[in-house]
Design a protein around this ligand. Sequence first.
Ligand code: ZN
Length: 216
Amino acid sequence: MIRVNKTAEIPPSLQEAFCVHYDGHDVQESLYNDHHGKCYLCEQQTGKNFEIEHLKSKATGYSPELEFSWTNLFLACKYCNGRKPNSFEILDPTTINIEDVISQHIDLYSKKVEFKSSQSGLNVQHTIELLDKLFNGKTRIRDKRGQILYEDLHREISFFFEMLIQYKSTKNSKNKQIIIDCLSINKEFLGFKYWIIKDHNMYDEFNDFMVWNKTA
Ligand SMILES: [Zn+2]
């Protein structure tokens, strides 16, 4: 999970006096473009199977206008949208650099995915709990969908890791370009790649390619 940048312009369908749909064509279009087609939670490409997710749930405890509030709408995949508890108040990725606040690691041997933060607070805790649930399964046992997500992550990160080792042993521009390509904004699991780069003390070298949606 990384920072997300949403266009400031509110889609016209949300500005109508009696707005009854939060998923108008213009909303879909803007959200899909802003998220580069990726689910904001698991960071996988959604393709046509995207859903519009409410950061703060429309079901519980919030003012009804949040249902149609542009700042509350995000692009998610069906898997993540269906598993995010309504009671959870997670960090807002448009205001916080999630990749800096939450460390994201996969242990390729134990097959555990780990999320940690040095910061406290209910929002941080809920975000970590949600990511843990998505990547490790509810009660730490993955169902088939969770297993597929894990295997996709495993594959992408194994490849990235291999390419990083290759670059470290042969520092040429061709090998560097492979890493840069893996870090482009439309690629999956950038939060995990961010931490691999940091752990390998290569942050200074690749920082310029991991700015993503951060503002100065
Ligand atoms: Zn997802």
